[in-house]
Design a protein around this ligand. Sequence first.
Ligand code: NAP
Length: 563
Amino acid sequence: MAHVVTQNCCNDATCVSVCPVNCIHPTPEESGYATSEMLYIDPETCIDCGACVEVCPVNAITPDFELVDSEQIYLEVNAQYFADPTHRDYDQAPVRTRAPSVSIVQPQPLRVAVVGSGPSALYAVEELKSYRGLDVEVTIFERLPSFGGLVRYGVAPDHQSTKSVDKLFMTTARRAGVSVHLNVEVGSDLSLAELLRHHHAVIWAGGASSDRQLGIPGEGLSGSHAATDFVAWYNGHPEHTNAEFDLTCERAVIIGNGNVALDVARVLTTPVDELARTDIAQHALDSLAASKIREVVIMGRRGPGQAAFTTPELVGLISNDALDVTVLADDLGLDATGLAATDPPPGSMAELKVRLIRGLPRAHVSSEARQICLRFLGSPIAIKGADRVTGVSFARTELDLVDGRASARTTDTAFDIDCGLVLRSIGYRGSVIPDLPFDETTGTVPNIAGRVIDPGTNEALAGLYTAGWIKRGPSGVIGTNKRCSRETVRALIEDYSSGKLPAPEADAAALAGLLAERKPDSLTLEDWRVIDKFERSQGRSQQRARTKLVTIEELLATARSSR
Ligand code: NAP
C-alpha cells in the first residue's frame, strides 16, 4: 500500500517535512521543485504511515485503496515521476526542516509590515513567526475589506478543497504579534514611506491581478474580455461585481491554455446545479443559469506537449462525467509515424499529459453535454466583428525546436472560429506600485532574492522586500509561494541581523493613531471573522459552501453589524 498525491496538491511541501522516509518529491531543496506541477509520492518507498495526510492543507493525499475510479490515474501520475531514475536518487532519510534559529544582537521586536493577504503574504508571515529566538511583530495591510487575496478571488469555485488552505492562513493571521488591517490601501491611505517610519521593513506581497493584452485587431470589441476579469467576476471580487458578460451565444473561445483557461471553461460548462453548491457569486450563477453557451474552444498556440495546463488539472477536467472534453485530430501535430517531432521524452511527466490528450474523444456535434474542445497550433491574428465579437481568426502554427524549447512559428494558413465570446487567458500581470520600482517588461518589482533593488544600480533599497507573483511573475500554484516567501524572509532576517534595518522612528501606538485618522473604517481580523461566519451561515441555509458578499458596502456593513 502507498499514499498518493491527487489533483488538489498545493505544492506547499508541508507533507515533505513530516515524511519519515523522504518519499515525497521534489522537495523544496531539489532543483525541479520551482517548476513542478505537483508533488509526488514514491510508491516503492512510501511506508503508508499517513503522516502526510494529517498535515496536507488541501486534502490532496489519499491512501491508494481509497482512490475512487476517477482518481486511479494518480497511481500512474505519482509513479511516472519516479520512473525517471534520477528522481529516485534520494536519501531514504527524513528531511528535517527544523524552525530556523537566529541569534540577534539588534533591539527587538523586529517590526514588519506585510502588504497583501493572499498566499505569498501569509506564507511570509508564517516564515517570520517561525524563527526561534526572534521576537517579531507583523502588521498585515489589505486594500479590500476581505481576507485571502487569490484564495478568495482567484481559485475556481468548484475547487473548494484548494480553498481549504484558508484555514492554515487564518491560523497564521491569528498568531500572537500579528495584526490585520483590511480596507487599507498602501499607496493612497498610507504611503510606503509612512509604513517604513513605523516598521523595520515592508514586504510587498500584493499579487499581480491585471491582465496581459494580445495586441491584435478587435481586442477591444464588445464580447472580448480578459479571462482574469471573468474569474474576478464569478468569484465576487467587489471591483468586478458590475461587469457584464454576454452568454447568449453558443460558442466561446478561450485564447491560451493554462490552468486559468481550464478554470474558466469548466465554469462556463459545468451544470448550474453543481456550481450552485459552491461559493460562486450569485450574480454569476444567475447569468450562467441563463447561458446559451454549448461549446467552449480552448486554443493553444503550441502543441499538446507544450500545453500550459498541468496534468492534475487536465485529469480533473476529463474525469468529470458532467463534461464532454474533446480534441480535434488535425491539431495533434502528428507525423506519418503517429508521433510529433516535438514530443516530450518517453517516461516524462509531459509525455503523460500528451498521452491523455491524444486519448480524448475527437470533437463532435454534441447533443447532450456541453463540450470543451482542446485545440492546438493556432495563434490568434484578429478578433472579428463590426461592433461586437463574431469570431476569431487564427494562423496555423508549426513548432521549431530552439535550444530545446518548442516555439510556435505562424504559417500562411489561416482559419476562423465563429463565436460570440472571446476570453484571452494569456496570463496575469503586475501593476505599477506607488513609490516602488517596476519592470514594465516582466510586470514585476525588480528584486534580488526578494530584496527590492534600484534597477539602475542593482543596489538593494533599504527595508523594502517583495514576495509572490509581483516578485517572480504569475506562475506556480498556491504552495509555490511558500518557498518564494521563505527566500524573501531569509533575506530580510539576514539584513536585520547584520544591522542594515534601522529601528523605526515611530511605535505601534503611533501607527494605530495614524490609521484611526486616515482610515477610520478599516477592519480587523475579528471583523473579517464576522463576515466569514455570516457568509458561511447564509451559504449553509442554501446548501452552498458560502454566499459571498460582493460589494465593499455589504462587506463593511456586515462587519459593523456586530460592533
Ligand atoms: P499560464 O499558465 O502562464 O498560461 C498562459 C497561456 O497563454 C499559455 O498557453 C501561453 O502559451 C498563452 N499565451 C501567452 N501569450 C500568448 C499570445 N500572445 N498568444 C497566444 N497565447 C498566448 O497562465 P494562467 O493560466 O493565467 O496561470 C497562471 C498561473 O496560475 C499558472 O502557474 C497556473 O498553473 C496557476 N493556476 C493554477 C491553478 C490550479 O492549480 N488549479 C488554477 C489557475 C491558475 P505559451 O505556453 O505558448 O506561451
